[in-house]
Ligand binder design. Sequence first.
Ligand code: DGL
Length: 258
Amino acid sequence: MKIGVFDSGLGGLTAVRELIKIAPGVDIVYLGDTGRVPYGSKSRETVITYSEQAVKWLINRGVEAIIIACGTVSSVALERLESPVPMFGVVGATAYRAVECTNNGKIGVIATEATIRSKAYEREILRLNKDFEITSRSCPLFVPLVENGRISADDKIVESIIEDHLRDIKSAGVDTLLLGCTHYPLLSDAISRYMGRVTFIDAGREAARSCVKELGLNQSGDFGEFKCYVTDFVDDFQAQASVFIGDAIISSVEKIQL
Ligand code: DGL
């Protein structure tokens, strides 16, 4: 089975990491719109236009299902995207998991500005349990940190940005923190150092799990092909990608135009 995975940049590789782990036999076509990242600070109309181009491109590559491994696209554009193959966004599965995990009913939601503005996660969590208390916060500086490889918990800049962005979430006493942008799991160590004991819900991982479950994909087998396509430089892609996917073998990397 050939699965397309789409994100504005490299964050969607957090979904690939899980996909490779739980359904190693699938062929993966990864599309990162690195030339136009970030999407999170752009208007809804722009995000819809970019995503339509990406989905069309993936379908032309012959993918049989698509994981929209981007919180922003899943929140603001998914319902506007047309596809002849099944598409899996991150919002539903991630909200469901957060609701399952919380003990005190207090959930923090962090994501890009566009995602937080859309209230997509909040709506979904409250649909599942209207009594839960949700504290949401956009973290506009997290994606640039991750895309530039600044993820270490010992990095003073990372530390001060996290403190600035997560102060309200911490004082709200949440026991579960929904990482609603697929870039954010890379900052887990640093966030964890600041937040203390909270359960992280990883949007990319949950989307990959729901895709594998819904499609009944084979959970064993030899590794399939893993081809990457980006809309900007390919030179240091392998090195940047390894931060997300460790030593998983990328079959090829190519620059394309959407
Ligand atoms: N990974 C995207 C998301 O989940 C990244 C954000 C962006 O492009 O701003 O929202």
